[in-house]
Design a protein around this ligand. Structure first.
Ligand code: PLP
Length: 404
């Protein structure tokens, strides 16, 4: 790759310092490649954190969005938005669920899901409804969603937290059974099928099926946060479909609009009518531009077989990483599914973010020691091989430095 050793951060005196940024400013992209303002080229293993489903500058998405922008960007939920019905019908067809509420981000979708769960409880006369949530989970950074999140770092400084959550470890059926036995106020279980920010931790098929069964027995809502792992990333439209189960509520966002902000809460019959007119809303939710982005993203994914691509290229990427990192001291585990992969190392590896960028690769490090790859779903086998060729030596060098 053509990245030099040193870079200077662009000055940003007016943007709030909420992110630790690399000294890189991106200018444009094409497919799975990005260029910065100084002309350096990067292979995109990050996809804007699981957002750019169709990569950058897609030759069919861009003209469709341009046409939509010229026609109508935003109207208002005072009126019907026909594209909402079109995208909702498609999401229902793909998920087997029945109704959709649209918003703009992942936390908003989760916030709506939490409100649905609480009202679902109140409608049954439960005055202090509680929701089961998970250790190491991430659901967003609003006060309610950070309270649901299982990461003390995300919560620190923002107390008092919202109450009404019971926390359990992932993949531990006994822990959920014990909540069921002791807490009559529980109304819902809320989990990511593959925890993303928590370190790419998959819920097992057996666990998901057990949660489905317990929810059925108790009359609880099963709410699956597919904001990161959904929209084809694992090789099925939604990650829970690998377990052959149906959720009652499924928040989506990230990849749904291929970069245009779109969030959605897809509901089954028990949750679909919990909100009455006036109970919930958001100005930007379901605007024509966002809806068109969702419709076209799904259309192109279907036309180009991107679920299959995510499965096969994801498997090749994983196999390449497993081959190159086999037996390397300090590589704890390679896990995930399709194009959502995590490589857990034995020590904190945040600095790999910058080193990878220096080497021309975008990726992320999450939960301190997990290198995460969530590239566009258009990634080719050749590009997957290039990711391996850049990343494996970086990881090996990094781990070798730590040896005594
Ligand atoms: C599983 C999950 N839920 C919710 C969110 C929050 O989404 P947003 O950043 O769009 O609010 C994220 C973001 O990383 C996520 O991974």
């Amino acid at each position: 790759m053509n990245a030099p050793e040193t870079r200077t951060a662009p000055p940003e005196p007016h943007v709030m310092k909420t992110y630790g940024r690399l000294p890189v400013a991106l200018s444009h992209g094409r497919g799975c490649w990005l260029w910065d303002t100084e002309g350096r080229k990067y292979l995109d293993g990050l996809g804007g954190i699981a957002v750019n489903t169709l990569g950058h500058g897609h030759t069919r998405l861009v003209p469709a969005l341009q046409e939509q922008i010229a026609k109508l960007i935003h109207s208002s939920n005072y009126y019907h938005v026909p594209l909402q019905e079109q995208l909702a019908a498609k999401l229902c067809e793909l998920s087997g669920l029945t109704n959709v509420f649209f918003c703009s981000t992942g936390l908003e979708a989760n916030e709506a899901a939490l409100k649905i769960a609480r009202k679902f409880g109140h409608d049954q006369g439960i005055e202090r409804p509680e929701i089961v949530v998970y250790e190491k989970s991430f659901h967003g950074r609003s006060i309610a969603t950070l309270s649901a999140t299982g990461n003390p770092k995300v919560q620190a400084g923002f107390g008092p937290l919202v109450e009404g959550f019971v926390r359990v470890p992932l993949n531990d059926v006994a822990a959920l059974d014990s909540v069921a036995a002791s807490n009559p106020n529980v109304v819902a279980v809320f989990l990511e099928v593959i925890q993303g920010e928590g370190g790419v931790n998959p819920a097992t098929v057996e666990y998901l099926q057990a949660v489905r069964r317990i929810c059925d027995e108790r009359g609880w809502l099963l709410m699956l946060d597919e904001v990161q792992c959904g929209m084809g990333r694992t090789g099925k439209w939604f990650a829970h479909q690998w377990a052959g189960i149906l959720p009652g509520v499924m928040p989506l966002a990230k990849g749904l609009g291929s970069g245009v902000p779109v969030g959605a809460v897809v509901c089954g019959p028990r949750a679909a009518n919990v909100f009455a007119p006036g109970n919930h809303g958001t100005t930007f939710g379901g605007n024509p531009l966002a809806m068109r982005a969702g419709v076209e993203t799904i259309r192109i994914m279907e036309e180009d077989g991107l679920l299959q691509n995510a499965a096969t290229v994801g498997a090749a990427l994983r196999a390449g990483l497993e081959r190159e990192l086999a037996g390397v001291d300090g590589v704890v585990e390679i896990r995930g599914q399709g194009l959502m992969l995590g490589i857990e190392l034995a020590r904190n590896c945040g600095e790999l973010l910058g080193r990878a960028a220096q080497a021309g690769l975008m990726l992320s490090v999450t939960a301190d020691r997990v290198v995460r790859l969530v590239p566009p779903l258009i990634l080719s086998a050749d590009e997957a091989a290039q990711i391996v060729a850049i990343l494996a030596p970086l990881i090996k060098t990094f781990l070798a430095e730590a040896q005594p």
